[in-house]
Design a protein around this ligand. Structure first.
Ligand code: CA
Length: 722
């Protein structure tokens, strides 16, 4: 193992400088916060390689484990030590933390678990009782990406917008605050970070018209310290927030003067996942999401006098002071974003030798498909190259930092369908990447994909469900159920090993159809990653050769971690199919035998592990419902439009479910208008997430959707020759 996991002299010097800095510099506010014991431990994470103390393992979020007991020579002897089946069968996206042999993780519906890492015994589970109805506000399943740990407390953000502190030993709540306006469509799925005694938490909802921000809360009291809004608010009144000055000075002149009214007080720019922190520069970096609504036509149709229409700070990285929320710099990757090109993806901090000079850099592979190397002191772009297929821009101008836009991509202006690459899944989604200082490579869960962007000419925001402003029932979205193949073929997953200095791929492993899962790299020169098909795989970090795999019986999207206890190295990962791909993209988890069941569980591996998974339960045979059609062709087509606007994100495109939530073609309700109305109008299933849509659609419109689903069921029979 390299000394402290750092393999050159300069890095060690930097580390000593950080130690000195941490020891001597009092908090800027001059007050003593809850002693920064955990903060010091995270800063010196490589001194305790057996722990995984924050979601990215260290503040630089490298997701690299300095452990090397499991390595290329012996990984073939890796085996299961224990498994624990979770009580939610939905998407599982959490990165577990490991503190002195105790694993703290979260599962769907924002539940928190503590396990004895060695035995797999559940020590406690905390259920925040998220109301089922809040699921309708979540674009991408009721997922949660993990907890933060600080001096014996855990912090979790819940789907309905609360931030809860728990006693790590008992799992009992210590304090709880509501961090959002719960009357709006906010959700929290991201893991909090703790910096200098402040819990930092963002939120999601830019597909539903919210306004993004991050907030900082005192770890001990739960009192809010500061809030930073990422997009301008009501022009008649400031927020009284840390962002007031910079929004007035800089951001306001990058939006239409009437944006506040047009977006219904939204604008997007949610900070729904990524943050990292440089203790030496004392900068907190936040990754900001897409604009809301998607097309500028509905969000910010024209630039103000003397300004531009960049819509700051959507699709940007913003650097803040962690104690005050004060703005320091920003870099906007996709000015005026109209394609859901969030910059909320994982950000890694490291030092690289570029052009003979050692640079402090921030690395990001956001949805838009360019890999960015940014000077993290100044925010200046150093380099940017495509790491996946993209057609919206022809390179990035290094002088201005701006992309050279393909004019066809401005579908607001052209009014035409534009087949954009990547689509809203992004060339890289939320799944965390990893940087190995030993290979100098960044391992990126990558996907090539396309999407037909076109204005929804009849767009009016609805009080429930998606409010994108694009017509999701246009273009090559399959009308025919078997046309799902067409969508599946447009999404190709890869594990890309990227050289951030040369800005090119060192190797790429194709992973077939579908997006892919989070990764970890280790000092054993291994990269671990799960797959949609349910395989958990170890790759050679230098070549991409597949060295080992394990059949987890169900799709994996979460990132693994590596840790140790009593001299034994372990790998832990959550299994659970769902998330955006599982719900909105359809059955990508198909193996040769058809869709795989979702069995959500925690798996832990070590050398010579001998445990076995329980046998796969027998598949339940489902019967297509093909009641007599009551609707005429025009009604069915309207039903298709409503379905593709408001139902497909959960039940799958063209009424073909990804296997997590009910496939409506198989539901008794489509043949029974009373049952259909009880669900869609009266909200009979609201507690499990299927709320009433009566505020959004009339009874006649909801029944047009029923007619469309019946038509799809009949179409399925015809296609399969059943
Ligand atoms: Ca989005």
């Amino acid at each position: 193992m390299p000394d402290n996991g750092l393999n050159d002299r300069t890095s060690r010097t930097t580390l000593f400088a950080i130690i000195a800095l941490a020891a001597c510099t009092p908090g800027k506010d001059g007050q003593s916060r809850s002693a920064d014991t955990t903060g010091d431990r995270i800063i010196h994470a490589d001194k305790e390689p057996g722990n995984w103390l924050s979601t990215g393992r260290n503040y630089q979020e490298t997701r690299f484990s300095p452990l090397d007991q499991i390595n290329q020579a012996n990984v073939s002897e890796l085996g299961l030590v224990w498994s624990y089946d979770l009580d939610t069968n939905r998407g599982q996206e959490a990165t577990p933390l490991v503190v002195d042999g105790i694993i703290y993780t979260t599962s769907a519906w924002s539940k928190v678990q503590a396990f004895d890492g060695v035995s797999g015994k559940l020590l406690w589970q905390y259920d925040p009782q998220v109301p089922g109805a809040s699921a309708v506000k979540a674009c991408c399943d009721v997922v949660n990406r993990g907890v933060a740990y600080w001096n014996g407390k855990l912090f979790v953000g819940t789907l309905d917008g609360r931030l809860i502190a728990l006693d790590a030993r008992s799992g009992k709540p210590v304090w709880s605050v509501v961090t959002v306006d719960q009357s709006r469509n906010y959700t929290i799925t991201g893991a909090p970070r703790v910096v200098k005694g402040r819990v930092i938490i963002g939120n999601g909802g830019a597909e539903y018209g919210v306004r993004g921000y991050v907030s900082a809360y005192d770890v001990d009291s739960g009192k809010m310290d500061w809030r930073f809004y990422t997009v301008p608010g009501d022009p008649t009144k400031p927020d009284g927030a840390a962002s007031d000055d910079i929004l007035a000075r800089l951001a306001k002149k990058s939006w239409s003067p009437d944006s506040w009214r047009l977006t219904g007080g939204g604008g997007g720019g949610t900070v729904w996942d990524s943050m990292s922190y440089d203790p030496e520069l004392d900068l907190l970096y936040i990754g900001v999401g897409n604009g809301s609504y998607w097309p500028q036509k509905f969000r910010s149709p024209s630039a103000p006098v003397g300004g531009n229409n960049d819509n700051l700070f959507v699709a940007s990285i913003v650097a803040l002071r962690p104690e005050t929320g004060e703005y320091v710099w920003h870099y906007q990757a996709t000015p005026g974003d109209q394609w859901d090109y969030t910059s909320a993806q994982h950000m890694i901090l490291t030092d690289l030798k570029i052009g003979g000079k050692r640079r402090k850099v921030l690395l990001q592979a956001p949805k838009n498909g360019f890999f960015y190397v940014i000077d993290r002191e100044t925010g200046k772009l150093i380099s940017a190259k495509p790491f996946a297929k993209l057609n919206w821009a022809n390179g990035v101008d290094l002088k201005t930092g701006r992309p050279n836009f393909n004019p066809d991509s401005d579908y607001s202006k052209t009014g035409k369908v534009w087949l954009g690459e990547p689509g809203p899944l992004g060339a890289h989604g939320w799944a965390p990447m990893s940087y190995s200082p030993r290979t100098g490579l960044v391992y990126i869960p990558t996907q090539d994909n396309a999407f037909p962007y076109v204005i929804d000419a009849t767009f009016k925001p609805l009080p429930k469900g998606y409010n994108l402003g694009v017509n999701t029932s246009a273009g090559p979205v399959p009308i025919n159920p078997m046309g799902i193949e067409a969508i599946r073929k447009t999404i190709r997953g890869y594990l890309t090993a990227w050289d951030p200095v040369a800005q090119k791929a060192a190797w790429r492993v194709p992973q077939g159809m579908g997006a892919n899962a989070g990764v970890v790299s280790t000092a054993g020169d291994l990269v671990f990653q799960g797959s949609m098909a349910g395989d958990f795989i170890a790759y050679n970090a230098k070549t991409g050769a597949k060295l080992w795999s394990f059949d987890a019986q169900s799709g994996i999207v979460a990132a693994p971690v590596s840790w140790s206890k009593d001299g034994r190295q372990y790998i832990t990962v959550l299994v659970g199919w769902g998330s955006a791909q599982g719900l909105a993209v359809g059955p990508l988890n198909w193996s040769k035998q058809g869709p795989r069941r979702n069995i959500s569980r925690v798996l832990t591996f070590a050398l010579n592990g001998k445990a076995k998974l329980p046998p796969v339960p027998a598949a339940t045979v489902r019967k297509l419902q093909t009641p007599q059609q009551f609707a005429d062709a025009a009604t069915i087509d309207r039903g298709r439009h409503y379905y593709q606007r408001s139902c497909y994100a959960c039940h799958g495109p063209s009424a073909i479910s990804g296997g997590v939530l009910p496939d409506l073609r198989y539901s008794d309700s489509i043949g029974n208008p009373d049952v259909w109305n009880a669900i869609t109008i009266d909200g009979a299933l609201a507690s499990s997430g299927m709320v009433s849509f009566k505020e959004a659609y009339s009874a006649e419109q909801l029944n047009a959707i029923r007619g469309y689903v019946i038509a799809q069921a009949h179409e399925t029979v015809r296609d399969k020759g059943q």
